[in-house]
Design a protein around this ligand. Structure first.
Ligand code: PLP
Length: 345
């Protein structure tokens, strides 16, 4: 890995961050007269904890990562965008990503005026590490790998992710939005050994809290410190912080439901595979299935007209005639199978 000083944009390294009132004093006070809040009306009058320590303490315990190696963002969206803003000089630096993958990496690259280099997966959706690394040059700051990958559904072997992290001298982001549905391990387990790796997770999928807008980045203390300097001071509001604690309290129950969902995924895959209009159901380590069908456009419209909404991914690289289907409730899955079995009849 290059020294962080060579990876971080010079203006960010030299940043004098905003010091908010709630950062300067954190103890118990008899009178809070520091932040120009309205002390005469209770409710939401106080600024929230800018570093969300209560939530981070729980996550630290659960994931085995120190509190100061955790960043919380307004969804993974903020974690993705801040990665560009911290590392990539607009118009100069570039990033490399697998293709196909999650769309936000390229949208944020475009917003930040950063060249986005796509490296196709193999036709079986496996990762070719040599080709990925050969797309990098001295201005490549970040490699994006989503594992389990959206929309293909497969996780990549941890040995391959470790190889990329070892051989690339810049930042490697592993987006683990779907990790709780996967039998393969997380890159978090040995994060200490990879100071250039950022692992992203989210409350939006397994934790059933997409509406809270809460994303997580795990990385070295140095990287997290820089992220904290760059983010909006009070990026995570008090309602989200409170609700996140309640969700984390329900961890055992949620784990059970995720287990049921994984079983339902396998059942749904078997039932889809048996249908005449389905050619292939790709193996999935996530909470969705990518299915190659006989005519994606027609089947997508037919399902939509019958009130069943799936994602048509047929124009995506290596996903010709593919629909991405989220595993739903048993009722929703049954309805999908019923509609598909009646298709063309
Ligand atoms: C759904 C998803 C996310 C979640 O994004 P949020 O902004 O946290 O809701 C992140 N990465 C991938 C690959 C996803 O599919």
């Amino acid at each position: 890995m290059k020294p962080l000083e060579q990876l971080v944009r010079p203006n960010i390294l030299g940043l004098e961050p905003y010091t908010c009132a709630r950062n300067e004093y954190t103890g118990e006070a008899r009178a809070w007269l520091d932040a120009n809040e309205n002390s005469r009306i209770d409710g939401f009058n106080r600024y929230p904890d800018p570093l969300q320590l209560a939530v981070k303490e729980r996550l630290a315990e659960m994931r085995g990562v120190a509190v100061d190696r955790i960043f919380l963002g307004v969804g993974s969206d903020e974690c993705i965008d801040i990665t560009y803003r911290v590392f990539c000089r607009p118009g100069i630096d570039n990033v490399v990503a697998i293709e196909p993958t999650y769309g936000m990496y390229s949208v944020c690259a475009a917003i930040n005026d950063v060249e986005y280099r796509r490296v196709n997966l193999r036709p079986d959706y496996s990762l070719d590490v040599e080709t990925l690394l050969s797309a990098t040059d001295s201005n490549t700051k970040v490699i994006w790998i989503c594992s389990p990958n959206n929309p293909t559904g497969n996780a990549f072997p941890l040995e391959q992710l470790r190889e990329v992290a070892t051989r690339f001298d810049g930042i490697v982001v592993i987006d683990e939005a779907y990790i709780d549905f996967s039998p393969h391990g997380s890159m978090l387990e040995r994060l200490d050994e990879y100071p250039n790796v950022i692992v992203m997770q989210t409350f939006s999928k397994a934790w059933a809290s997409a509406a809270l807008r809460l994303g997580i980045a795990f990385a070295s203390r140095e990287i997290i410190g820089i992220f904290n300097n760059v983010k909006y001071p009070y990026n995570i509001n008090i309602l989200t912080q409170r609700e996140a604690l309640k969700v984390l309290d329900r961890a055992p129950e949620i784990r059970d439901i995720v287990g049921e969902l994984v079983a339902a995924r396998e059942n749904l895959a078997t039932r889809l595979s048996a249908l005449g209009c389905v050619r292939t159901v790709h193996p999935s380590d996530a909470n969705f299935l990518l299915a190659e069908v006989t005519d994606a456009g027609a089947i997508y419209s037919y399902l939509k007209d019958n009130g069943v909404i799936v994602r048509n991914r047929s124009r995506v690289t290596l996903c010709g005639n593919c629909l991405r289907i989220t595993v739903g409730t048993d009722v929703e899955n049954d309805l999908l199978i019923k509609m598909l079995s009646e298709y063309g009849k």
